[in-house]
Design a protein around this ligand. Structure first.
Ligand SMILES: [Mn+2]
Length: 337
């Protein structure tokens, strides 16, 4: 390849805007610095590979977005001659072999993308993977890794807080609901080698901490719409704070009530709902399989969601949710919405 061609080549770093995506790219670019165009969005913006075109010799790095959800665009990039490196823990059943496709995909339940990058880098920036694992709702895995790295109890809770805050920032219907565009948050974070430095010195950390406190206070006022011993359904109001906290509420409830399945419905400005589902029995009743029954649904065994649920479909959804996760037709009285 001539020097002229080399200069015309571009690098693209494509990453989910949540804690896992940001910490995965951060580790990778600490180890292998590259000036790349950043392609990211809110946590739910997972169709990122179709947002740009590449050409022969371009380098595309993809982090923490499902291969299956991006398969058409992935084939286009490969077909155009780009070299693609892909790290992810979501569905990759349509993965294929190609000399220009470097796959690091692992769909097992106890990994996140930052853990896969940490493995690839032989544990070089392990604490960032711990942050990501806490943020990606893998607290047991995160604590285990922190223990192996000799991180003490206090530091561990700080890493957990950072993971939760970075993850919190990515939740919203669009990037307009977020405190920081994830591209900006990544750039601010990327100047810090250690999580502790970001925690001590970054104004973004303080802002997120205060905003999170306010949103959590608002979240405490939310009552369940329906619940029994096996499942709970929550319906949140049509406000930005509610769109930011819905996923966190779902994670919090699933941690506090092990074995119980959770659905959180959040009203969008157009009156339809976004739905977060957490399975209390991810092996026998995977959340992803349930959500895939809806035209805009999908996800993993433990956590899944539906992008658009019409207002008129809410009661049907509640019934289907309870049939699937409770396994019984027991009648249940729901509160007023
Ligand atoms: Mn992830």
């Amino acid at each position: 390849m001539s020097d002229d061609q080399k200069q015309m080549n571009h690098a693209y770093d494509v990453f989910n805007g949540d804690a896992d995506g940001i910490c995965a790219l951060h580790q990778l670019r600490l180890a292998e610095p590259v000036t790349a165009k950043l392609i990211t969005g809110a946590k739910r913006d997972i169709d990122l590979l179709c947002r740009f075109k590449s050409k022969e010799g371009d380098r595309v790095t993809v982090l923490d977005i499902s291969l299956d959800s991006n398969i058409a665009a992935l084939r286009e990039h490969i077909g155009a001659g780009a070299v693609v490196t892909y790290f992810d823990h979501h569905n990759a059943t349509q993965a294929f072999e190609h000399e220009r496709l470097h796959l690091h995909c692992d769909m097992t339940a106890d990994v996140c993308t930052s853990i896969l990058v940490n493995r690839y880098l032989d544990g070089r920036y392990r604490e960032w993977a711990v942050v990501a694992a806490y943020g990606d709702n893998l607290p047991q895995v995160a604590s285990l890794m922190a223990g192996q790295a000799g991180v003490d109890e206090l530091q561990r809770s700080e890493l957990q807080q950072l993971g939760i805050l970075l993850n919190y920032n990515a939740y919203g219907e669009t990037v307009d609901d977020l405190h920081f565009h994830p591209e900006v948050l990544y750039e601010r974070l990327h100047v810090y080698l250690e999580p502790a430095d970001f925690i001590r010195h970054a104004p973004e950390f303080t802002l997120l901490k205060n905003a999170y406190t306010d949103d959590m206070a608002a979240m405490q006022t939310v009552q369940s719409y329906c619940q029994d011993g096996f499942s709970s359904v929550y319906v949140l109001p049509q406000q930005a704070w509610a769109r930011r906290v819905s996923g966190i509420l779902a994670n919090k409830l699933s941690q506090e009530h092990a074995g119980k399945s959770i659905a959180v419905l959040t009203a969008k400005p157009d009156g339809n709902f976004i739905v977060s589902v957490r399975s209390g029995l991810p092996d026998s009743k995977p959340a992803g399989a349930f959500c895939s029954g809806f035209s805009t649904g999908g996800g993993r065994r433990g956590a899944a969601g539906i992008n658009h649920l019409a207002e008129a479909e809410v009661d049907n959804f509640v019934n289907a949710f309870r049939r699937y996760f409770d396994g019984a037709g027991k009648e249940q009285v729901c509160n007023e919405r």
